[in-house]
Ligand binder design. Structure first.
Ligand SMILES: NC(=O)c1ccc[n+]([C@@H]2O[C@H](COP(=O)([O-])OP(=O)(O)OC[C@H]3O[C@@H](n4cnc5c(N)ncnc54)[C@H](O)[C@@H]3O)[C@@H](O)[C@H]2O)c1
Length: 333
C-alpha cells in the first residue's frame, strides 16, 4: 500500500515511522506546509517527501493519515474524501463545533472510510476496563475518575491552534468515558486554572481543568487535566463500582509517590509523554487503519463518535467560561 501523511510535527513523525514499519506498506509519502520540515522528517525516517500538499494528493495514495495542526483537519479530510482516499485523522475533527459539523455534513452520503485517532480505544488497559464494566463484575458504578496530566506544556505556538484544553486534551477522556461505560453524559460542570505560562491566557485557554460529569444512569465522573504535571505523564481511569474497582494506567511507570512510610517507590521510569505511554495503542490503531483503508474493516471510530466527544468538550468549555453547570443538550445541534 502507498500511504500519505500530512503534517510532520510531533505526532506526524511518530505515525510516519510506525507506518513505515508495517509489512503491508510499500511506501510512505509525507508533506507539510513547512516543506523543509517534511524533507527533514523524511530524510530521518527513510520515507519520501513531496514539496506540497497538492503533490501529496497527486501521489496515487491508498490512504491518507492527517497529523497536521487541528485547524487544518477539515480541509484535508474533505479533500481526501472527495478524491476517494480513505482517511485517518488525528483528533479532534476541527477546532470548533461549527467546523466539526461542516465536515460531517460534507461526508454525508459518502462511502469513503474515515477513522478518527482516539488511540485509547486500542489500549489494553482501557479495553480491559470496558470488558469489566460490560461483564457486570464491577456491579453498578458509583464513580469514574479520568486523569490526563501532561508532564509539560506543548510549544506556545501549538496552543492557539489547538481548540483549548478541553477540546484538545479532555476530548480523549470524554471519548473513552463513553466507550468504557457505554453511557452518555447528560450534564457537566467545569472549571479552569491558569497558574502556568502566560501564552495559555493570551490564547483564551487554561493550563489546568477539572470537570464533573453526570452519566445518564446517575454515575458521577470527575475529569482532571493539566499541562504542568512535572512528575511525569499520568493518564489513568479509575472505574469504581458497587462490587469491585478497576484502574487503567496504574503500573510501574505512573508518576506517583506514596506518602506512607515504608511503601516502596515504583520502579519507573515514569512516562515522559504520550508517545511512550501510548506507543502500542498508536501502532494498533494505525494497523487497523490499513484494514479500514483496504475496506477489510469498518472504521472503529468515525466522525459521529468524534462529534459526541466534542459535544462534551464544548459543554465543558461553555461551563468553565460561564461558571455554571451545562446540560449537554444545550450544546447539541
Ligand atoms: N492522539 C494523540 O494522542 C495526539 C497527540 C498529539 C497530537 N495529536 C493531534 O495531532 C495533531 C498534530 O499535533 P502535533 O502535536 O503533532 O502538532 P505539531 O505542531 O507538532 O505539528 C503540526 C504540523 O502540521 C503542519 N501543518 C499545519 N497546517 C498544515 C496543513 N494545512 N497541511 C499540512 N501540514 C500542516 C505544521 O507545519 C506542523 O508541522 C493535532 O490535531 C493534535 O490534536 C494527537
Amino acid at each position: 500500500m502507498k500511504l500519505g501523511l500530512a503534517g510532520t510535527g510531533r505526532i506526524g513523525a511518530s505515525h510516519a515511522e510506525t507506518l513505515k514499519g508495517f509489512d503491508e506498506v510499500g511506501e510512505v509519502v509525507v508533506a507539510d506546509v513547512d516543506a523543509e520540515r517534511a524533507r527533514a522528517t523524511a530524510a530521518k525516517l527513510g520515507v519520501t517527501a513531496v514539496e506540497s500538499i497538492d503533490a501529496l494528493f497527486g501521489a496515487g495514495l491508498d490512504g491518507l493519515v492527517v497529523t497536521a495542526a487541528t485547524d487544518a483537519h477539515p480541509a484535508l479530510i474533505t479533500r481526501a474524501v472527495d478524491a476517494g482516499i480513505p482517511v485517518f485523522c488525528e483528533k479532534p475533527v476541527a477546532v470548533d463545533l461549527t467546523g466539526t459539523l461542516a465536515v460531517i455534513e460534507h461526508l454525508t452520503g459518502s462511502d469513503v472510510p474515515v477513522q478518527i485517532g482516539f488511540q485509547r480505544r486500542f489500549d489494553a488497559g482501557y479495553t480491559a476496563a470496558r470488558a469489566a464494566v460490560a461483564s457486570g463484575e464491577l456491579g453498578w458504578l458509583h464513580t469514574v475518575r479520568a486523569t490526563t496530566l501532561d508532564a509539560g506544556p506543548p510549544p506556545a505556538e501549538y496552543v492557539p491552534r489547538s481548540g483549548g484544553l478541553f477540546r484538545d486534551c479532555g476530548v480523549h477522556d470524554f471519548d473513552i468515558i463513553r466507550w468504557v461505560t457505554g453511557r452518555e453524559v447528560t450534564e457537566v460542570y467545569a472549571r479552569g486554572g491558569n497558574r502556568g505560562e502566560r501564552f495559555f491566557v493570551d490564547a483564551g485557554d487554561v493550563d489546568t481543568g477539572a470537570a464533573t460529569l453526570t452519566l445518564d444512569d446517575g454515575t458521577l465522573v470527575t475529569v482532571s487535566l493539566s499541562r504542568y504535571n512535572g512528575a511525569g505523564h499520568d493518564v489513568r481511569l479509575e472505574v469504581l463500582g458497587s462490587l469491585a474497582n478497576i484502574v487503567v494506567g496504574l503500573d510501574d511507570r505512573v508518576p506517583l509517590r506514596s506518602a506512607e512510610p515504608g511503601v516502596p517507590a515504583l520502579p519507573g521510569p515514569v512516562y515522559p509523554g504520550f508517545m511512550e505511554r501510548f506507543r502500542p495503542a498508536y501502532t494498533s490503531e494505525l494497523k487497523t487503519f490499513l484494514d479500514v483503508a483496504a475496506r477489510r474493516a469498518e472504521s472503529p471510530c468515525g466522525v459521529l463518535d468524534a462529534l459526541e466527544a466534542f459535544y462534551l468538550a464544548e459543554a465543558c468549555e461553555l461551563s468553565r467560561r460561564e461558571r455554571r453547570p451545562v446540560a449537554v443538550a444545550e450544546v447539541r445541534r
